[in-house]
Design a binder for this molecule. Structure first.
Ligand SMILES: [Zn+2]
Length: 131
């Protein structure tokens, strides 16, 4: 009974060789964990961000981006963009149209004019200092 109680209350002190073994196991676990982390980091897919394009379900796309790009192959990551002169012109025209419709919505106009005003103030100050 006495020994049973002792077993329940306190862990028996480990013998020196068992302590050594436990230490070795702990070191090994640490080594394995470090190696696993290095392996994870070494994989190019781990360092590449996710696409995050908005999908039809409304969630963000979780596919890996095409390396060096911002989107996955599904969402234009392989796109070369406009290549011909007329293609570039079409994109520029579309961008101008979009800016115009956005500017027409008011708040942006105020923000832009404020930014322009500040830019003009900065420029004026720079001009003044140059003299
Ligand atoms: Zn995607």
């Amino acid at each position: 009974m006495q020994t049973l109680l002792a077993l329940l209350t306190l862990p028996a002190p480990l013998s020196p060789e068992m302590q050594e073994r436990a230490r070795a196991i702990r070191l090994d676990m640490r080594k394995r964990r470090r190696r696993a982390l290095e392996w994870k980091a070494s994989k190019p897919s781990r360092s590449r961000p996710r696409c995050k394009a908005k999908t039809r379900s409304g969630a963000l796309c979780r596919r890996l981006v095409v390396s060096g790009r911002k989107r996955c192959p599904n969402h234009g990551g392989l796109s070369t963009g406009p290549r011909t002169e007329s293609g570039r012109a079409a994109v520029a025209a579309s961008n101008r149209r979009r800016v115009k419709t956005r500017a027409a919505s008011g708040a942006e106009v105020v923000l832009c004019s404020e930014a322009i005003r500040r830019g003009e103030l900065v420029l004026a100050e720079l001009e003044r200092r140059r003299r």
